[in-house]
Design a protein around this ligand. Structure first.
Ligand code: ZN
Ligand code: ZN
Length: 208
């Protein structure tokens, strides 16, 4: 995360202006709130299976819960809460190859630019794209509703903070007064469908 503020059209950002696919709208939570854009990145070309995709990760500004799933994920698991303790789906992970810049910026997070660099051997617990997951607990794998196994894409460390704008409220359940966290600050392993059966076919494994 840099100290440079993002501008409209930047593709690697926390907050800022989401790059969407034609016809895709800014995701909303079941509660009616427009979701916060936590981050977006262009997945580097050398990431097997996903290189060249644009990845966006959103979560409701109000709902901040962990996410639970069993190995076989149900139909449309990104919008219908799997029945294992999830009250609603308050997050959305999108992938696409389009390039429409949203008309407005995220209102909750400061928008620093992100820079991706090659990970070294000491980066196994860093915020990482590609490679292999570094599990805290036993490895957890999921099968997409379309029948293929989801593949690892991004790991986000426990209690990783995204800087909030000073004028917005503190996040419910947050570990920080000036940052927002994803999925209650769990270690997050984003897995995505290599079949691309839907732009939202991705699942965040939570561990702590
Ligand atoms: Zn919500
Ligand atoms: Zn799928």
């Amino acid at each position: 995360m840099t100290s440079e503020p993002a501008i409209a059209g930047d593709r690697n950002t926390v907050g800022g202006w989401p790059i969407l696919e034609p016809g895709q709208s800014w995701p909303g939570c079941a509660c009616g709130e427009r979701m916060v854009l936590f981050f977006q990145i262009d997945v580097p070309d050398d990431i097997a299976g996903f290189g060249g995709e644009h990845l966006l990760v959103f979560q409701c500004p109000v709902h901040n819960e962990a996410c639970f799933g069993r190995a076989q994920l149900p139909e449309r698991y990104w919008e219908t809460p799997p029945p294992y303790g999830n009250e609603m789906v308050h997050w959305r992970i999108l992938r696409h190859r389009g390039g429409i810049v949203a008309e407005s910026a995220d209102e909750f997070l400061q928008p620093p630019r992100l820079v991706l660099r090659d990970a070294g051997p000491d980066d196994k617990w860093a915020f990482r794209v590609g490679g292999k997951p570094t599990w805290i607990q036993d490895a957890m794998y999921h099968t997409c509703a379309c029948g293929v196994d989801l593949e690892f894409l991004v790991q986000i460390p426990e209690n990783f903070g995204f800087p909030k704008r000073p004028e917005v409220p503190e996040q419910d359940g947050a570990f920080s007064t000036d940052e927002y966290g994803l999925l209650l600050g769990n270690e997050i392993y984003l897995f995505a469908c290599p079949n691309r059966c839907d732009p939202a076919a991705a699942w965040p494994v939570n561990q702590n």
